[in-house]
Structure formats: structure tokens, C-alpha cells
Design a protein around this ligand. Structure first.
Ligand SMILES: *Cc1c(COP(=O)(O)O)cnc(C)c1O
Length: 417
């Protein structure tokens, strides 16, 4: 268990809750596809004295003195981003994925412009133009959907819609899309209608650097991302772009939207990028996809209906209504009691409401960080099936939770002692 003596002395309530959360993360099978385990090195940078420093501006153009070390840290993070993704310009200051997207809007468009993105219930993100989000409130948002039959993006329809609405920006990227994006196609569509193309790679950042998902950098004007999720960095964000947009992106992040960068996060992002350059990380990302495909196969075999029938990436979206006539929420809550943590989620063309949807979303980044492989996917699918066949059986849940904990003991999680 992590030793936090000063925290224990100054604030025992927070200390105890952190220790309990560490236990929860250690003892459960975490299948939420946006979550992961960061390394001890990333945790150390995040918890460092860099949080004490103010650095508004960019390296060598700051509004505060005392930047001798901070400038070097930010330059390292930026140069590693450029090397890792092969892009012309990088900004590592966005506080998270949503602020990174907001910066893309401010850099490339004016409030009131037409924009296009994948609809939230079809797997898109709030910031891609959903009505309650700033992006749906400040812009005229036209939302494309996935095909009702296949669950796939229909590029011809996206193109038609783009011709009709002449958006300033077209967003591609998702939180619940289990297949590959054709970023090249999006780039062509955007070019044809005079739009900018923004690729949001928040979920699949780690797969792209390992070459197991197509790379948007050659085709997108701007690429936005979280620094957490599959790439296994701290909670934060970054933006990659072509040189022609560099000034506009930097100005949008600071001073338009943010003040001082979170230097402890910048340092941890630099550490994450260094780790992501290793062969070990590439092997990890390949295994993430192999594990997701195996989990999907095993669920298919047990009669589960998956959105698009399977997966090409890290994510498996189960249609629980289609599989067992069971709402996603009941399924996710039963699984959680058995130590298997997922989230309930809409499926495309869901007839149920977003807070009580038809699907359960699962993914393999976190369990693969623990070293789990195909054999463990068989076990996990089997446990999931047992729980979902008897969602009220609390004894069964307890019994499986014990087996889950035994499995977790054999697969120590990075970052946890
Ligand atoms: C997670 C995610 C974001 C937002 O990230 P936050 O850090 O939660 O603000 C943006 N876009 C996509 C596609 C995401 O999956």
C-alpha cells in the first residue's frame, strides 16, 4: 500500500479515502475504456513541487520570472510530442480533453459558425456539438450519426451533410465507437467543402502511437487529445497541428481560454511520451487490441449482441437490451458488485434515455496495463456472463468478486504498490 505519512498526519479523511481508492483499483477488473493505470514515474511527476510554479505564456515568452527549469520541461514535452506523433507543432497546456477541443474551436472558427460532429448517443463526445455543451450552445451544430444497420459511420452521408451545411469545422473522434476511423476520408470531405478537419484522438491516442490504429496527423488540420486514457499519462490534454495553425492554437489556449499551465501535469505528460516511445509500450498497445478482440469474440460466443458485431480497437459496446432484454444500468450495477467495473452507455439509435440506456461499454486499456492477456479475457467474459444471466444473485456476485480479487493479485497494477 502506498505510504503517505504527511497526508495521514494532516488530513486523515482524505488519506483514508485515497488508500481505499487504491484498494478498489487494485482489486477490481477495470473495464471502463477511458481509464488506465499510470506508471509510478508519471505519478511522481504529477505529485511534484512543479505545482508551486506560475508560468503564463510559452517557453522563453513568459509573464513571470524563474522559468529556468519550467521552460526546459515544457520544451521536452513539446519536442517529444512532435517526435512521437510526427507533427509540425504541439501545445501541451490544455487542462484536459474538453479544453483542448474548445481551443480548436476558438482557433479555427467564430462563435455562431456551423460545425459538424458525431452525435453523442451515437458515440461522439459532448464537445463535438452536443446541445447542452458549450459546443452546441455557441455554434450551429449539425450532428452526423452512425448507420442504423451496421453501426458504422456512413462517409457518403457525412459528405452530403457537409455539402449542405458548409461547416467551418468537421470533428471526427468518439467515446464509444468500436471501429477504425477513416481519417483520410474525413480529410477529403473537409477539403471538398472548405472546412477544417479536427481529429479528436482522446480514446485511441496510445493505439495511434503504436501504429495499431490509422494516424490522423497527415490528414487533419488539428488533432486534439487527452493525455490520459490509452496513452497512460496524467489527466490533461494536448493539441497537435500543422505549422499554419500553430499561432492560432497557441493563442486560443493562452490567453483566450486559460491562465497558467499546470506544470506538474506538463512534466508528467513529458514522462508519458517518453514511456510511449518504447517498444514495450507498442507491445502493450498491440495487446490492448488483441484483448479487446478476444473479449468481443468470447462475448459473441456466449450470445451477446455487440454494436458493429465486434471491435477493431480497445472498446467493446454491448447491446444489453438486444442480448438479454436488460437495461445497461442494471447490467453495469450487477457487474460492479462482482468487481467488474464498466459503465452503462447509449447504443446507436437507442430507444431508451441517456441516463437509462440500452448498452454497457467495456474496454481493455487498464487490464492490459496489468499484463492480462487472451486467457484472462476468457475468464472475464465467463464471469460477466454468469453475473448477467443472474443479475439478482448476490451470492454469485460475492463468489465472483473473490475470484476477481484472486486474479488481480496475480497481475499487479502499474503505479500501485
Ligand atoms: C474523454 C474525451 C474527451 C474529453 O476529455 P476530458 O479530459 O474528460 O475533458 C474529449 N473527446 C473525446 C473523444 C473523449 O473520449
Amino acid at each position: 500500500m502506498t505510504h503517505l505519512p504527511n497526508l495521514q498526519k494532516n488530513d486523515v479523511e482524505i488519506h483514508d479515502l485515497i488508500i481505499k481508492e487504491e484498494e478498489r483499483q487494485r482489486k477490481s477488473i477495470r473495464l471502463i475504456p477511458s481509464e488506465n493505470y499510470v506508471s509510478k514515474a508519471v505519478l511522481e511527476a504529477t505529485g511534484s513541487v512543479l505545482t508551486n510554479k506560475y508560468s503564463e505564456g510559452y517557453a522563453h515568452k513568459r509573464y513571470y520570472e524563474g522559468q529556468i527549469n519550467i521552460d526546459k520541461i515544457e520544451e521536452l514535452a513539446v519536442s517529444r510530442a512532435k517526435e512521437l506523433f510526427g507533427c509540425e507543432h504541439a501545445n501541451v497546456q490544455p487542462y484536459s480533453g474538453s479544453p483542448a477541443n474548445m481551443a480548436a474551436y476558438f482557433a479555427l472558427s467564430d462563435i455562431g459558425d456551423n460545425i459538424m460532429g458525431l452525435s453523442l448517443p451515437h458515440g461522439g463526445h459532448l464537445t463535438h456539438g452536443w446541445k447542452v455543451n458549450f459546443s452546441g450552445r455557441l455554434y450551429h451544430s449539425y450532428q452526423y450519426t452512425v448507420d442504423a444497420e451496421t453501426g458504422l459511420i456512413n462517409y457518403d452521408k457525412v459528405h452530403e451533410m457537409a455539402k449542405e451545411h458548409k461547416p467551418k469545422i468537421i470533428f471526427a473522434g468518439a467515446t464509444a465507437y468500436p471501429r477504425e476511423y477513416n481519417f483520410e476520408k474525413f480529410g477529403e470531405i473537409a477539403k471538398d467543402v472548405g472546412a477544417y478537419f479536427v481529429a479528436d484522438i482522446a480514446h485511441i491516442n496510445g493505439l495511434i502511437v503504436a501504429g495499431v490504429h490509422p494516424d490522423p496527423v497527415p490528414f487533419a488540420d488539428v488533432v486534439t487529445s487527452t493525455s490520459h486514457k490509452a496513452i497512460r499519462g496524467p489527466r490533461g490534454g494536448f493539441i497537435l497541428c500543422k505549422e499554419e495553425h500553430a499561432k492560432a492554437i497557441d493563442r486560443a489556449v493562452f490567453p483566450t481560454l486559460q491562465g497558467g499551465p499546470h506544470n506538474h501535469t506538463t512534466a508528467a505528460i513529458a514522462v508519458c511520451f517518453k514511456e510511449a516511445m518504447t517498444e514495450e509500450f507498442k507491445e502493450y498497445a498491440r495487446q490492448v487490441v488483441k484483448n479487446a478482440k478476444k473479449l468481443a469474440d468470447e462475448l459473441n460466443k456466449r450470445g451477446y449482441k455487440l454494436v458493429t458485431g465486434g471491435t477493431d480497437n480497445h472498446l467493446v459496446l454491448i447491446d444489453m437490451i438486444g442480448s438479454k432484454d436488460m437495461p445497461g444500468k442494471i447490467a453495469a450495477k450487477a457487474l460492479d458488485k462482482a468487481g467488474i467495473v464498466t459503465n452503462y452507455n447509449t447504443i446507436p439509435w437507442d430507444k431508451r434515455k441517456p441516463f437509462d440506456p440500452s448498452g454497457v461499454r467495456t474496454g481493455t486499456p487498464a487490464i492490459t496495463s496489468r499484463g492480462m492477456k487472451e486467457d484472462e479475457m476468457v475468464k472475464i467474459a465467463d464471469w460477466m456472463d454468469q453475473v448477467l444471466c443472474n443479475p439478482e444473485d448476490e451470492n454469485l456476485q460475492k463468489n465472483i468478486k473473490k475470484q476477481v480479487e484472486d486474479l488481480c493479485d496475480n497481475f499487479p497494477a502499474p503505479g500501485l504498490d
